[in-house]
Write a protein that binds this ligand. Structure first.
Ligand code: ADP
Ligand code: MG
Length: 338
């Protein structure tokens, strides 16, 4: 045993990276969320070798001032919250201030940005967590983050990465989850130089159709319920369109893709009488509520949330979906056509 000592910052970041950056797709998620939080309406993603070799996210968002660039890569440094009150009503996707610091500690990261209205862009490079001086660079208004050679300095973690194909599939799934919830944003995804997705600004129905397929949309019922500060909008598959796996289940809380037991249970119950037990309903549902009534700070990657009144949430989701399904099975009103 050694005497107790404080760990160096770089090592602290690498430990945190183990939670936040499980694989290339998790780095991509942090970067895409930052672009959305910056108000971008055009986002381009370039991947090479499943994201292991390269992840580059470019946006036309607010940008970062030159003197703030080192802070953007610093741990616990954020422009999104400043107090406990802010945390309890947080409306941005990020707020922990550890995304870029974690990614930078396990990669070669270049952050280039030009704030809206500024004449010049600047750039900062972090290699193995060490920051190089800020330098002038060429870049349009907005920000690019380039992450090269993820885990090059942590071979033990690198060994946990799967094949390029598998890592690519995770990156594509992350991209699709985020693109689905932001139809007002133009998205492009390229892998190894080839365009995989080019999604224009569009309405939700068109975005759902582009990403989940026309057959899903053709068989979908529209949900639009509002009650006591809770809203649920989106599309659910009619019972005739079910899946043997859960991969067509998209559920969002305040714009964030989550895996939530309460929601899964409520939806499962709503479908219980119309779906065979080994089949899974398909859906793209957007649930919104007052941010003060949901805790998003329970998981480092925020994939889970905690509702203040989970019973009320369960009832609301169950009744919303059950009512939409009943409109078809009762033959009262025809399914909503898109
Ligand atoms: P968080 O998102 O939790 O604040 P990050 O480490 O992901 O933490 O980012 C740190 C800060 O860097 C953000 O709060 C934001 O001010 C800035 N930033 C990161 N990415 C972008 C971007 N694409 N556009 C504008 N600002 C950004
Ligand atoms: Mg972030």
């Amino acid at each position: 045993m050694r005497p107790i000592q404080k760990l160096p910052d770089h090592l602290v970041n690498q430990i945190a990276a183990g939670e936040v950056v499980e694989r290339p797709a998790s780095a991509l998620k942090e970067m895409l969320e930052n672009s959305l939080d910056a108000g971008a309406d055009k986002i381009t993603v370039d991947l090479a070798q499943g994201g292991i070799k390269l992840i580059r996210v470019s946006d036309n968002g607010s940008g970062i001032e030159a003197e703030q660039l080192p802070l953007a890569l610093d741990r616990h440094a954020t422009s999104k919250i400043g107090s406990l009150d802010d945390l309890e009503s947080v409306a941005t996707l990020g707020f922990r201030g550890e995304g870029l610091a974690s990614v930078a500690s396990v990669s070669r990261l270049t952050l280039t940005s030009r704030p809206q209205g500024a004449d010049h862009a600047h750039q900062i490079i972090a290699i193995d967590g060490t920051l190089h001086p800020v330098e002038p660079a060429a870049h349009p208004e907005g920000t690019s983050v380039e992450v090269v050679d993820l885990y090059f300095n942590t071979p033990a973690r690198r060994k946990f990465l799967k094949s390029e194909n598998t890592e690519y599939a995770h990156c594509a799934a992350t991209f699709e989850r985020i693109a689905l919830a932001h139809p007002q944003v133009e998205f492009t995804l390229r892998h190894n130089g080839k365009v995989v997705w080019r999604l224009p600004q569009q309405n939700l129905a068109d975005r759902v159709s582009a990403l989940l397929g026309k057959d899903f949309v053709d068989a979908a019922l529209q949900v639009e319920t509002v009650a006591a500060g809770l809203t649920l909008t989106g599309f659910i598959a009619s019972p005739t369109y079910s899946k043997a796996s859960r991969d067509a289940q998209y559920f969002y809380v305040n714009g964030r893709f989550v895996r939530d037991k309460t929601a899964q249970h409520a939806l499962r119950q709503a479908y219980r009488d119309v779906l065979h037990h080994d089949r899974h309903p398909a859906y793209a549902l957007f649930f919104t509520l007052d941010p003060a009534n949901v805790d998003v700070n329970v998981h480092p990657t925020k994939i889970e949330v905690r509702f203040r009144e989970s019973q009320a949430v369960h009832q609301f989701l169950f009744h919303s979906v059950q009512r939409a399904l009943a409109s078809t099975t009762a033959g009262a009103s025809p399914p909503v056509q898109l």
